[in-house]
Design a protein around this ligand. Structure first.
Ligand SMILES: Cc1cc2nc3c(=O)[nH]c(=O)nc-3n(C[C@H](O)[C@H](O)[C@H](O)COP(=O)(O)OP(=O)(O)OC[C@H]3O[C@@H](n4cnc5c(N)ncnc54)[C@H](O)[C@@H]3O)c2cc1C
Ligand code: FES
Length: 247
């Protein structure tokens, strides 16, 4: 059972939702599935990655893009129709040097991951990509966990003007990393896996979810091992097994 405690803006069009849950277990990269309202419009639940989870408090960051997300950020505190956590999350390595590369709201699941990696004695370089300064949420929280934090914006309004893949390439030329984790626009993750082909990369993929529980195959991801379902076999995949150009 989930209860919505509060909703607060954290960036332009981005909201942090704090939920109370009976479920104290989850893994970074897993998602919860929210029904936007009690009617049949919209019918389908909307998936959101866990931003943080500590005991009975679970948070998500919601970027408003359409009707479902608009309804969700306007829900009143109280009971909320939400199920999960679901899916296969990121693997947690111990005592390694990790590069985390986030794009836009894809930075959300990487915060929870970063917390777990730091607790497992990893040293983190975090590349936070955003389109504009106004899209950046809770940067201080990322700073606290990172040995090195690099921010890129498409328009140069904050940090380095450019994209997070170029910043990642530069970082890899200067440092040795054991593993890379990424979440963001598919084009970003595809390029990252091409540019950093020598490093293990775990990528969290976005798909339209129908059922969200493995029944409809609406969330297919083409991989070298055949089609997988993002909602149960992912959303986190080995980036080098994903066939990025196959629909
Ligand atoms: C595993 C997973 C984790 C996610 N985590 C987060 C998160 O942490 N925070 C967050 O804000 N969003 C997250 N999303 C995306 C979020 O689920 C969608 O933005 C939401 O379902 C859109 O609902 P809507 O009714 O507002 O938009 P709609 O009205 O359905 O669509 C509005 C616009 O958004 C696009 N869109 C909607 N859903 C998707 C999608 N799944 N993939 C690509 N484009 C889409 C549509 O093409 C359209 O242009 C995640 C999605 C997945 C699959
Ligand atoms: S959304 Fe139905 S199988 Fe994944």
């Amino acid at each position: 059972m989930f209860t919505l405690i509060e909703t607060k803006p954290v960036a332009s069009n981005h909201y942090l939702l704090t939920l109370h849950t009976d479920n104290t277990q989850s893994a970074p990269g897993q998602f919860i599935n929210i029904k936007a309202n009690a009617t049949t419009d919209p019918l389908i639940r909307r998936p959101f990655s866990i931003f943080d989870h500590d005991g009975s408090t679970l948070t998500i960051v919601v970027r408003v893009v359409g009707r479902g997300t608009r309804l969700i950020v306007n829900l009143e505190p109280g009971a909320i129709d939400c199920i999960g956590p679901f899916g296969k999350g990121f693997s947690i390595v111990t005592g390694k040097k990790a590069l985390l590369v986030g794009g836009g709201v894809g930075n959300a699941p990487l915060y929870y991951l970063a917390k777990k990696l730091v607790a497992a004695q990893c040293q983190l370089t975090y590349i936070y990509g955003a389109r504009f300064e106004s899209d950046i949420f809770m940067l201080d929280s990322y700073q606290e966990l990172s040995h090195t934090l690099i921010v890129t914006t498409d328009d140069g309004s904050y940090g380095i003007k450019g994209n997070p893949v170029d910043a990642a390439k530069e970082s890899v030329e200067k440092n040795e990393f054991d593993i890379v984790y990424t979440c963001g626009p598919e084009i970003m993750m595809k390029r990252l896996s091409q540019e950093l082909s020598n490093l293990p990369i775990e990528a969290s993929l976005e798909r339209y979810f129908g059922c969200g529980i493995g029944l409809c195959s609406g969330c297919a991801v083409a991989t070298k091992e055949g089609y997988k379902r993002a909602c149960v076999d992912g959303p986190v995949f080995d980036a080098h097994t994903v066939l990025w150009d196959t629909p």
